[in-house]
Design a protein around this ligand. Sequence first.
Ligand code: MN
Ligand code: MN
Length: 313
Amino acid sequence: MSKDFKPMSGREFPRFSAIKTFFRLPIAEMTENFDVAIFGVPYDGGVSYRPGARFAPTQIRDASSLGRGFHMTRAMSLFENLKVADIGDCPTVPIDQAQTYEKIEKFATSVLNTKKKFIAVGGDHSTTLPLLRAVRKHVGQPLQFIHFDAHLDTYPAAWGCEYHHGSFARHAIEEGLVDPKNMLQIGIRGPLAGSDDLKLVTKHHVQVRTMDDIREKPIQEFIKTLPEFNGSTYLSFDIDCLDPAYAPGTGTPVPGGMTTYEVQRILRALKIKNLVAADIVEVSPPFDTSQITSLAAVDTLFELLCLMGEKKD
Ligand code: MN
Ligand code: MN
């Protein structure tokens, strides 16, 4: 495979052929000379309901064969602006979360030490916490944080376990990994377990944009209300921010969510000066139909790469 860090051409090799990598990009060692590393985090030991997200990296690699590099709205050739490679999967221990967290943090730290940005493809949402720990240490201050989700993920311990996919955002705030005043949650909707569920985000003045906020006006009006992110920023994308009609293959689906197009409009409108790292989580291929969810993840991956590769004014 060539190392110009361009996707393999679909006109030379049909898109259903060849070994599957993210966006048909070359496989590389993380020490090689490129800008953004994409890696899988095949772990779903933090889920509370449907499992299966451990299979997401493989399935999203497969679906990303259809990925193309020219962004029409931005008039931008992504892979001219940015050298991107697939560095494989982060090591995990499927039956031990503590060991998995250590491995994820160490792996992400190694990537950051090569002065690269990264996009992690999970995995359930519990995998975001060790990624945030690595990025927070690397940056040296609390991160600005954009969180797409149906859920707040600030929930209490479950079955006596602190670390699960519904508690990562609480730990991120409590550990000082993110700056809650520069934290935005998008796509949130109920039902919640109780009104107490909102206490943490209210106490820390997190900006929450519910589905009602998003749908109250036309999308072109809503996107004007988004804050700007001028510091080192992390974006975590839980696929269940989408309505189950647009992302059926996920662990804890919630009706009344965004369309894929609304997500595209929001991602294109975000003003992020320095998107250091991002993740896409909670795709569960065993519950997917016709790759609907994996394709939505691929599209989000493309938009996130464009946010990293866009020329800043
Ligand atoms: Mn989540
Ligand atoms: Mn969620």
